[in-house]
Write a protein that binds this ligand. Structure first.
Ligand SMILES: Nc1nc2c(ncn2[C@@H]2O[C@H](COP(=O)(O)OP(=O)(O)OP(=O)(O)O)[C@@H](O)[C@H]2O)c(=O)[nH]1
Ligand SMILES: [Mg+2]
Length: 221
């Protein structure tokens, strides 16, 4: 039975509520492998994508903190999943997860394969995973590893996992390139959300913030 919309459904947030919520972010823990990740009963939103796609920068812009997530000096080398807590007045109500990027050419093959396994395991088994934000540089488009990731999460997306394909570094595109990148990405996102984002120009910050807020605060029937 579909519940009638009423006071139980959370109102769509205004952008201030959503951005203010993201600004409460604080470091929680770092885990080198899945066994070290704490089991949590809070909605978790994972940021994934190629090395250098702009994951850490995106998290820093959304949370308005310069160095919450580190942009690694040696990209692709980080083997850790970093968790950040969200929630006003110390009441944690959601988690952001910054995952190391994949596809960095200079990483030894064995390390690459190990990390790809860790990430696939994370995406398949993380019980409280509520949403995945896949960051893609639209100048490169989806790579083979991005496609594999989409395949890995597809069964969970079909079961309700939220998905956002975020086209980063939008400041590098002119209007027609941006429009073209959006329409291509919409075809590839399989019905998931697609948005343009620029950390440099703060483009998409409010839209993405509101989406994440809604995902973390679903209506209770
Ligand atoms: N022009 C422009 N550059 C950006 C933007 N976002 C990130 N960058 C740059 O892209 C580079 C990589 O950004 P990171 O945030 O470290 O990328 P990452 O996806 O976390 O990379 P890994 O940690 O290696 O997986 C940095 O030099 C950023 O300054 C953007 O919106 N516009
Ligand atoms: Mg990073």
């Amino acid at each position: 039975m579909t519940p009638a919309p009423g006071p139980q459904s959370p109102a769509a947030p205004d952008s201030k509520t959503a951005t203010g919520w993201l600004h409460t972010a604080r470091f929680m823990t770092t885990a080198p492998t899945l066994e070290f990740l704490p089991a949590l009963d809070l909605p978790e939103i994972a940021f994934v994508g190629r090395s250098n796609a702009g994951k850490s920068t995106c998290i820093n812009v959304l949370t308005q903190q310069k160095r919450l997530a580190f942009a690694s000096k040696t990209p692709g080398r980080t083997q850790s999943i970093n968790l950040f807590e969200l929630g006003k007045q110390g009441v944690t109500d959601a988690i952001l997860a910054d995952l190391p990027g994949y596809g960095y050419a200079a990483v030894p093959k064995a390390d690459k394969l190990r990390w790809q396994r860790v990430m696939a395991n994370y995406l398949v088994t993380r019980e409280n995973l509520k949403a995945v934000v896949l960051l893609v540089d639209p100048r490169h488009g989806l790579t083979e590893l991005d496609d594999i990731l989409l395949e890995v999460i597809r069964p969970r997306v079909e079961q309700g996992l939220k998905f956002l394909l975020l086209l980063t570094k939008a400041d590098k595109l002119n209007r027609s390139e941006a429009a073209k990148a959006l329409s291509i990405a919409r075809l590839q996102a399989g019905g998931g959300e697609v948005k343009l984002f620029s950390a440099l120009k703060k483009q998409g910050v409010e839209e993405v913030s509101m989406l994440l807020w809604q995902w973390a605060h679903p209506s209770t029937p």
